[in-house]
Design a protein around this ligand. Structure first.
Ligand code: FES
Ligand SMILES: [Fe+2]
Length: 384
């Protein structure tokens, strides 16, 4: 039974205090179906989520599918070359239309044909053919296109919002594009996408990714050896993101002793002296270091189940090198080992959160972003 005070702001007063006086969210925020549904509507149903790269749909008719906050979407490139996000649900009797999850080979089609009664939709979503509907009264094909979600791109990333009233993507990002300009993300290419379903709440995973407190224990055999100094990076304007800059020598993208690529051309200033971990609220995560980047999207499937979409990217010029696959394998190895450590600890934490004795704890300095994320969520879940 859900706590009747679940959405009472007074319940969350300890979370609202400054970081070093605050406590975390109550454990039921990581388990409760009502809290989860409120998040789907008021966190994931609004704002922007990065759902892939334009280079995953390079040709007209290329598409992949993604299920996001209960909505099923087809991300495709239409006949005019524009990337769109269409709802993956037939306008006849609601059948799912296609299924090619990110990470599988990209699908390619000239039109979207429903497998049930063969209604056929063009790549812009318009209904083109529906044999058998000739006798239906007051039926005009023009009135039955596939529904579209808002879809915008920045630096080669495809972003979708389910909210017609959301601000434009660039307003959501604030000055993040300027901050990330040295990495030339538009020149990067996604070389691999891997998905994992993890038995944890989505916040369990994101909070873990954005704090370095666990690195000496959870990552003791992988990335804990690299000595880094941690600096918070706050948006200078209204960007809906937060970040950490880790100052260190060399790259954070390889395990000790493994060979890799040279630094990204043109990287200068502090960007060449460390790594950035960025969270664009609520769940788009970027890891950028001197020679590579990788990113994650957390898609909430259920209160205690989350799909992690993990994408690896390199500057496009690297992929032309004859040794690309051999060297990229070193980066994938490091990412996969560390992601497994993070997946395992997130599922492990979730098991603890199921106990009736799980109570909110206090934060360390290095958990600044856990606290910031929890408050960002409360602003939305408790609002309206
Ligand atoms: S449900 Fe798609 S054609 Fe009938
Ligand atoms: Fe980690």
């Amino acid at each position: 039974m859900s706590d009747p005070s679940l959405f009472d702001p007074a319940r969350y007063a300890p979370v609202r205090r400054p970081l070093l006086d605050a406590s975390g969210l109550p454990a039921d925020c990581y388990r409760d179906e009502r809290f989860f549904q409120r998040e789907l509507a008021q966190v994931f149903g609004r704002g922007w989520l990065m759902l892939g790269r334009e280079d995953m749909v390079p040709e007209r008719g290329d598409f992949f599918t993604v299920d996001h906050a209960g909505a099923a979407l087809i991300v495709l490139r239409d006949h005019d070359g524009r990337v769109r996000a269409l709802h993956n649900v037939c306008r006849h009797r609601g059948a799912r239309l296609v299924d090619v999850p990110a990470g599988a080979a990209t699908g390619r089609t000239a039109s979207i044909v429903c497998p049930y009664h063969a209604w056929s939709f063009a790549l812009d979503g318009s209904l083109r053919a529906c044999v058998g509907m000739e006798d239906t009264r007051a039926f005009d094909k023009a009135d039955w296109p596939l529904a579209a979600a808002r879809c915008e791109t920045w630096a080669g990333f495809v972003w979708v919002s389910l909210d017609d009233a959301a601000p434009p993507l660039l307003d959501w990002l604030g000055e993040l594009p300027e901050r990330l300009a040295p990495y030339r993300l538009q020149d990067m290419v996604a070389t691999r996408v891997v998905t994992h379903d993890v038995e944890c709440n989505w916040k369990t995973w994101v909070e873990n990714f954005m704090e370095g407190y666990h690195i000496p224990t959870v990552h003791r055999s992988t990335i804990s050896k690299l000595k880094a100094v941690n600096h918070p990076e706050e948006p200078r304007g209204n960007g809906q993101y937060t970040a950490i800059f880790e100052q260190h020598d060399g790259t954070l993208a390889l395990l000790p002793g493994d060979a890799g690529f040279p630094p990204i051309e043109g990287l200068d200033g502090e960007s060449v002296r460390g790594s950035r971990f960025m969270l664009v609220y609520p769940t788009t995560m970027f890891a950028l270091t001197v020679d590579a980047m990788w990113c994650f999207q957390c898609l909430p499937l259920a209160p205690e189940r989350t799909r992690i979409v993990h994408t690896s990217l390199f500057p496009r010029s690297r992929t032309a090198r004859p040794d690309f696959e051999a060297l990229a394998a070193n980066y994938y190895k490091r990412q996969d080992r560390v992601v497994k450590e993070d997946n395992d600890i997130a599922a492990w934490q979730q098991r603890g959160l199921r106990s009736p004795m799980a109570r909110p704890g206090r934060f360390a300095t290095k958990e600044r972003i856990v606290h910031a994320l929890d408050n960002w969520i409360l602003d939305r879940v408790l609002g309206e």
